[in-house]
Design a protein around this ligand. Structure first.
Ligand code: 13P
Length: 249
């Protein structure tokens, strides 16, 4: 049975004090969740939030890591450093990293390998932009994203991969994929994983939906057989909303 999960991605929001306050609220509220719960925070929050959440079922994720192991890369944060904070996950391949920081398939492939080598689990994001969806190319796009950055992994490494389908046109726009669009794509992604790693591995792979998923539409999205949970941006910044989404899973 695959893990059901609700993960938050705070993006570049909340200063340290605000982040610690939100994590404290969540720690109080999430005692015995019916799914795995992860929060992705900016780098500077990781150590404090991971310490605060010791003994809580909530796990902590970085939102990125470097594509180099260590050394003279001013301003970068390595996977090893992330792991040393107590964070257990790393979000990679987010469309905002791809679009604004020019992270291509090859860079992401390196990041994934480094994250895994340092004992992090990876939430790997894929998804098409609006023009690609309008041109009916969404399947092609996610296939290329998987082939370019993660289908090189061994089955053993794959066990530490969670996928997140995030149609870029739905991120932060209030325009959610319909439950049918989400299910269709998730089933397609699972079929690609099956071709690569076999039916059993595909069946065990957690595939999250992200893109304007909120406390109002979460239950409907999660009701689909191939939608195993959500990767939540805006709604993860408010404890009650994030809690409602967790409870919908
Ligand atoms: P929103 O939930 O704000 O649309 O963001 C989704 C997202 O990008 C999560 O990684």
């Amino acid at each position: 049975m695959r893990t059901k999960m609700v993960a938050g991605n705070w993006k570049m929001n909340k200063n340290l004090q605000e982040g610690v306050a939100l994590a404290t609220e969540l720690k109080e509220a999430v005692k015995n969740p019916s799914c795995a719960v992860v929060i992705g925070t900016p780098f500077i929050h990781l150590a404090s939030v991971a310490e605060l959440l010791k003994g809580s079922p909530i796990k902590v994720a970085a939102e990125n890591c470097a594509d180099k192991e260590k050394g003279a890369y001013t301003g970068e944060v390595s996977a090893e450093m992330v792991r040393s904070t107590g964070a257990e996950y790393c979000i990679l391949g987010h469309s905002e990293r791809r679009a604004y920081y020019h992270e291509d398939a090859a860079i992401l492939k390196e990041k994934v390998l480094l994250a895994l080598a340092n004992g992090l689990k990876v939430i790997f994001c894929i998804g098409e932009v609006k023009e690609e969806r309008e041109a009916g190319k969404q399947n092609e796009v996610v296939k290329e994203q998987l082939e370019g950055s993660v289908f090189n992994l061994t089955a053993e490494q794959w066990a530490n991969i969670t996928l997140a389908y995030e149609p870029v046109w739905a991120i932060g726009t209030g325009l959610t994929a319909t439950p049918q669009q989400a299910q269709e794509m998730h089933a397609y992604i699972r079929s690609l994983v099956a071709k690569q790693y076999g039916e059993q591995v595909a069946d065990d792979t957690t595939i999250l939906y992200g893109g304007s998923c909120n406390e109002k539409n979460a239950a409907e999205l999660f009701a689909n057989p191939d939608v195993d949970g959500g990767l939540i941006g805006g709604a993860s910044l408010v404890a009650e909303k994030f809690m409602a989404i967790i409870n919908a899973r």
